[in-house]
Design a protein around this ligand. Structure first.
Ligand SMILES: *[C@@H]1O[C@H](CO)[C@@H](O)[C@H](O)[C@H]1NC(C)=O
Ligand SMILES: *[C@@H]1O[C@H](CO)[C@@H](O)[C@H](O)[C@H]1NC(C)=O
Ligand SMILES: *[C@@H]1O[C@H](CO)[C@@H](O)[C@H](O)[C@H]1NC(C)=O
Ligand SMILES: *[C@@H]1O[C@H](CO)[C@@H](O)[C@H](O)[C@H]1NC(C)=O
Length: 597
């Protein structure tokens, strides 16, 4: 560590001289020349040490420029892990990202990097990192001082429970119920923005963005593999946004890139979230996926799926029963008294749980059990889930007095990146009113998803960026083009039944880039498509791509269903009564709720 400040100082002097000279040449010149100068400076290798969490991993830190165009802004430490290749013929490194955004890539690597190394064939070192503002990074987006303080802030608000949707949301009375909740959401967004401005500051937040993260990845690649190395990348969900920025900002450096469960970066970067344009696209298969899983539930029967009954004649009876339960709760919330955390269940809580359940098939039987018990009058487990209480498994967080760890469903780490990327509003553009947001949301309910159309924007909380102190502050953000010619064709993947990143989003990403730059891999699988392939067919395509650099002919590959009934399968593999592992579900939350999360 002792040598680092010196090195930074030397670099700063060097840049100073270059800067004066380059001021004459205009902005573009300045940008690219400086980036070349950075690349010429001699970087020491990262000082890797075995990680205490898992000695097969190596841990290290690299100081990267805070502003890749302005060396006077200082440096930021990026914490890294490396899981070394197992095969003798090493092919370089693969970067991964856990999605979200908002989680710690370092922590996630200990649970996911081995399966990524396996999926990519074992010839690459798998490199993970804590993105700016997240995890161990400093500055950090811990606006409220502690996870518990933020939990208290959002507890029992629409941020935690999501919206209650009236039976007829299109009537005047129904719309008014939504507007009232949207006003609450806007006030929460305004409050947290003001808190972050005070505690973290807009200067620090202005340096957090996907654009900055791409330059960080480039810097890490340069230090580890040299200036000319192509950059390989493997990620899902929000990680697909990062992947699209990466390949389009550095098209000449594009290596083997796999992005699964896609969110179109053009909409992420250039459309205001409150228009619901992005969510309307992302929810395209939400109802289809819900129906798929209720069919699976009906076929599996009561032994494997708690929401099915012996007397059911088809999946529609299950669906009707759940809809009736949601409508009953809308009139009369369910009291939950015999719990260490008493409270009540709202209709929003059931929508939230259903929507998360169909993203995570591995937990679906368990989540359905919570709902089935609530339908029978015992809402204790469902309330615990909605309040995001996890069995303690993280020694650093520690359990609460009742033995559970309480974590805010979403926190500001995520907003730091999504609002960091968001298009600032011009002086003339009025911020959206609650009424306008609700009318956009009603469009989503009417045209795309009646059940989850007014729920998802509280799960994928990316709104209120006009209150966010980092929006429009700091270095310029990349906003396109998104169809640059890439040095290597990339692999875009989708699931047939994905409630939050549908095939149509994968198709749009591929069409935007053009089939010459991207191949689309579509699996007949259900759930939010994240990191691991769901079929042997897809696994073979991915492995061959990373090992041999070969993709199938044509613009698209379809992989047929290989999995039997989801409920029967999961109950056999995991048991429906198995307690959720806190870290495991947290990790999945990040992947899932990515997007946008
Ligand atoms: C490695 O990948 C293969 C092919 O997808 C899979 O069958 C196997 O279970 C994986 N092994 C591990 C340890 O993840
Ligand atoms: C924010 O969420 C991430 C991912 O769940 C978690 O690792 C982090 O500790 C949280 N931060 C705060 C301040 O709650
Ligand atoms: C709550 O009460 C119900 C019914 O009285 C019971 O079946 C259930 O086990 C109780 N739950 C807890 C967590 O004590
Ligand atoms: C890239 O997209 C832009 C905007 O849609 C379009 O005008 C341009 O022709 C495209 N370029 C290529 C090479 O396809």
């Amino acid at each position: 560590m002792g040598a680092l400040p010196l090195r930074a100082a030397e670099r700063r002097r060097g840049y100073g001289a270059v800067l004066v000279a380059l001021a004459l040449f205009g902005l573009v010149w300045r940008h690219w020349c400086l980036r070349d100068v950075i690349s010429l400076s001699k970087e020491p290798a990262i000082d890797w040490k075995p990680c205490w969490q898992d000695p097969e991993f190596l841990c290290g830190v690299l100081d990267v420029p805070t502003d890749h165009d302005d060396p006077s802004a200082g440096t930021i430490p990026i914490y890294l892990t490396k899981l070394p290749a197992t095969k003798p013929e090493r092919l370089g490194i693969v970067f991964t990202h856990p999605g979200g955004p908002g989680g710690s890539g370092v922590d996630a690597s200990f649970v996911s990097a081995r399966s990524i190394r396996n999926a990519t064939g074992g010839h690459h070192d798998i490199i993970s990192f804590d993105q700016r503002g997240q995890g161990r990074a400093r500055p950090n987006v811990n606006c409220f001082g502690s996870a518990r303080a933020y939990y208290d802030f959002h507890s029992n608000t629409v941020f935690q429970t999501t919206f209650s949707v009236p039976r007829d949301p299109f009537s005047d009375a129904g719309r008014a119920v939504l507007v009232e909740q949207q006003r609450q959401a806007l006030a929460l967004e305004e409050t947290q923005g003001a808190v972050c401005a005070r505690t973290v500051g807009k200067e620090a937040l202005g340096y957090m963005s996907t654009t900055a993260t791409v330059y960080d990845i480039e810097e890490i690649s340069r230090v580890l593999e040299g200036e000319d190395a192509l950059i390989n990348f493997y990620s899902g969900s929000y990680g697909t946004v990062l992947g699209q920025y990466l390949v389009n900002m550095l098209p000449h450096k594009t290596g083997r890139v796999y992005i699964s469960g896609n969110v179109p970066a053009d909409m992420w970067a250039n459309v205001h979230y409150e228009t619901q344009e992005l969510l309307r696209l992302l929810l395209a298969d939400a109802e289809k996926t819900y129906t798929f899983f209720l069919n699976e539930c009906f076929e599996a029967g009561p032994k494997h799926c708690a929401l099915s009954r012996q007397t059911d004649t088809n999946a529609q009876s299950i669906k009707d029963r759940i809809d009736a339960f949601i409508d009953r709760l809308q009139e009369q919330p369910l009291a939950v008294a015999n719990s260490t955390r008493p409270g009540y269940i709202t209709s929003g809580a059931v929508r939230l749980t259903l929507f998360l359940a169909i993203q995570m098939p591995d937990y679906l039987p368990r989540f359905f059990t919570y709902i089935a018990r609530a339908m029978d009058g015992d809402g204790a487990e469902l309330l615990r889930f909605v309040k995001r209480a996890y069995p303690p498994s993280d020694p650093e967080t520690g359990p609460d007095e009742d033995g559970y760890v309480y974590i805010a469903q979403e926190n500001l780490s995520r907003l730091a990146i999504s609002c960091g990327d968001a298009l600032p509003r011009t002086e003339e553009e009025q911020p959206p009113t609650a009424e306008e947001i609700v009318d956009a949301t009603l469009g989503t309910v009417r045209d795309v998803s009646p059940r989850f159309g007014a729920t998802a924007h509280m799960i994928e909380q990316h709104g209120g960026c006009h209150y966010w102190p980092g929006t429009g502050v700091g270095p310029a953000r990349y906003r396109g083009p998104w169809n640059n010619t890439l040095a290597t064709r990339i692999l875009v993947a989708s699931n047939l039944y994905d409630p939050i990143t549908p095939i149509s989003a994968g198709t749009l990403v591929q069409h935007t880039m053009g089939p010459a730059n991207a191949h689309h891999l579509i699996q007949d699988a259900a759930g939010h498509s994240t990191n691991a392939p769901n079929t042997q067919c897809a696994a073979q395509v991915i492995r061959r791509y990373f090992v041999e650099g070969v993709l199938p002919e044509g613009s698209e590959t379809r992989c047929a269903r290989e999995q039997g009934n989801y409920f029967v399968h999961v109950v056999r593999e995991r048991g429906v009564g198995a307690q959720l592992l806190g870290q495991e579900i947290l990790r999945n939350d990040r992947l899932l709720l990515p997007l946008a999360s």
